[in-house]
Design a binder for this molecule. Structure first.
Ligand code: PSU
Ligand code: MN
Length: 311
């Protein structure tokens, strides 16, 4: 992606890049892509808007430019101002858009928040090299029955981008998701840990093959990847939530079991599964899972800004 100026080859009618983001990309200054589904569908109102503002501020104070990504009225937005974050946070009509939903959304003038799959795709096309989120989507438990695997994984297998996350969402089948990432050729490094993080939890208990200790070390991995060439794929930097801010593991396991039961009983399927589970956990942990989620995202956004600067 290096050297590609933003919007090259884009249909300009479909895309709006803010001046701030465009200038930063042109000047090779650090930019961090932020996904919007976590704000629209992953966090409750009104806290979601406050978190969006906080994440932007963290990126800025670490010396990088935040580029929130979403689709509004059938146009891709790279860089979101306060009013647009407000719409994404508050408007009931904002849909959840994965990679495959982008074309129909653009064609029909729809507004939607972008998931990891759609955000990663759009960020890379815009020339952004680093992206931060909470937890990736992946293989859901009960996969043999539902065959529910997030579209995030395939896009990451095809996109040159560094993704900073707290692992994959703990509502998933974590070992199966790690196996899929291996099969798909997506690089995974633990940041300061040899355990794969567990989203709300500092550790998922699963091992991770590679450990890095600094933004410079991540940048070195990215450069080595680029020098090797070959087909594009993402690098996942798995950054654990600090132990002092994680959700109590016993509470996590108990409430997650209830959440999965409720999801099955109510026949929740497709795109609704992840928002349902996250919301259930927030309510049944008295907001504790929400705090762990926000703490994880904060740390990821900060690290992403430092990695973008190191690149
Ligand atoms: N990380 C969070 N909260 C979220 C998500 C990630 O902390 O809500 C979102 C991302 O947008 C991710 C999506 O792509 O959940 C996965 O949804 P699904 O399982 O339907 O693919
Ligand atoms: Mn799914």
């Amino acid at each position: 992606m290096r050297g590609r100026s933003p919007c090259q080859g884009w249909d300009m009618l479909l895309t709006e890049v803010t001046e701030e983001v465009r200038e930063a990309l042109d000047a090779r200054r650090p930019v961090v892509a932020l996904e919007s589904t976590i704000i629209a569908h992953g966090l409750p109102r009104p806290r979601n808007l406050a978190v969006a503002a906080e994440l932007e501020e963290i990126v800025r104070s670490a010396g990088a430019v935040p580029a929130g990504i979403a689709v509004l009225d059938g146009r891709v937005h790279i860089g979101l101002d306060r009013a647009r974050w407000e719409r994404i946070s508050q408007d009931d009509g904002v849909r959840k858009l994965g990679r495959r939903d982008l074309a129909p959304a653009l064609a029909t003038g729809t507004s939607g928040a972008t998931t990891v799959s759609a955000t990663a795709f759009l960020a890379a096309r815009a020339g952004i090299r680093v992206f931060a989120t909470g937890g990736l989507g992946g293989v859901h438990r009960d996969w043999t029955h539902e065959q529910d695997e997030s579209a995030d994984l395939r896009v990451l297998a095809e996109t040159d981008l560094t993704v900073v996350c707290a692992g994959v969402k703990s509502v998933l089948d974590v070992p199966a998701t790690l196996q899929r990432l291996e099969t798909l050729g997506v690089g995974v490094v633990g940041y300061g840990t040899d355990r794969f993080p567990g989203f709300y939890l500092t550790s998922s208990g699963e091992p991770v093959d590679w450990t890095v200790h600094s933004p410079d070390e991540v940048a070195a991995v990215v450069r080595a990847r680029e020098a090797l060439g070959g087909s594009p794929a993402a690098l996942v930097v798995a950054n654990p939530v600090p132990e002092s801010e994680q959700l109590d593991p016993a509470l996590h396991d108990r409430v997650l079991g209830e959440a999965l039961d409720a999801c099955r009983e109510r026949g929740i399927a497709g795109q609704a599964v992840t928002p349902f589970l996250l919301d259930f956990l927030t309510r049944r942990t008295g907001g504790a899972s929400l705090e762990a989620n926000v703490a994880a995202v904060r740390g990821n956004v900060r690290l992403a800004a430092l990695i973008a600067a190191a690149l």
